[in-house]
Design a protein around this ligand. Sequence first.
Ligand code: HEM
Length: 333
Amino acid sequence: MHLGTLLTVLVLISFLCADYLRRRKFKVPKGKFYSSNQTPTIMLTLLTGLKLPPGPTGKPIVGSFFGLHKVLGQNLMYQWREKYMVNALFQQIIEIAQELFEKRGALYSDRPSFPMALLLAWDYSVPIMRYGDWWRRHIRAFQQFFNSRAVSSFEPIKLKARQEILKNLPDTPEKFPEHIRHATGRIIMDNRANPDYSFVSSSLERLKKLKDPLPNEEVVIRNVAGTAYGGGATTSFATLLQAVVASILYPEAQEKVYEELDTVIGDRLPTLADRKNLPYVNAFIYEVLRWRPVVPLGVPHTVLEDDVYGEYFIPRGSIIIADSWYDELNTIF
Ligand code: HEM
């Protein structure tokens, strides 16, 4: 037998023996998938006949360590996308995203560690929290206040912010970014006496009424308030600026927006209730979100357990990045 073939067979046999012993030691039930925290990925792919999703291969032992700097320096992510992208139709990409992030959400909702964010003391921020009870308590607190039913109760705050922009713009039009920034910050921060309008006061009111509150509930309220400001005000501000950029670059679209607003609204300020009567304005907003998403690569997720999608093996701990900008750029609505 050729020496190379003999070596390959020996390596495979030793892998199989090692796996048999590991399964006995860790009592892995029959039919359950192998766990990559106990078995090297390369062995798992050999044993199962599945492939890893296409991507750059690391070097033995050092992995991708010496290539990491390139990610920052050369926008390597985009080069990888061109090189390794799996051919799929937009509809298929949406189906994959729905399958992984929604149907298998419990498996794909964890986050990697973000050392830089932790150094900046951003551990309060919900989008970077690890999946688990602590995260769940924050999401629940969020959804109690920031939900689609509650949106209309924010209308007085938003009206005030709009009036403020319109009052300031004629005096200092060149400062339009500051006016927009102030308005989006104000909407999130508004801390009126009326508890319906303020997340912090209404949550504290609710907490006072609870007979047996969970420990650290004030910390949850503080973290959610901080996230709403940090994650909500900056994203909304950047999105509104993109709307201004789109209006400048596409004056014909801007004209149509004005025409619809003049016809449907007239002299008063628009409200949320008008939205259903403004199809072009709605389409313009969706187009801005699609054209220049402010978080184009989303926030990375990680997989809690080994998983299989189609012919691919997705090892536990893999970082999953939802590249929404690319998907959306390739879409024709
Ligand atoms: C144009 C505006 C916004 C954009 C583009 C945006 C974008 C995003 C993205 C990409 C994520 C990560 C999603 C994921 O990984 O599954 C996220 C998460 C989150 N955002 Fe926003 N966001 C916006 C506005 C807001 C506002 C106004 C709030 C709160 C008032 C908010 C609160 C959150 C929270 C709490 C999470 C974490 C969700 C989780 O952990 O499951 N966002 N956002």
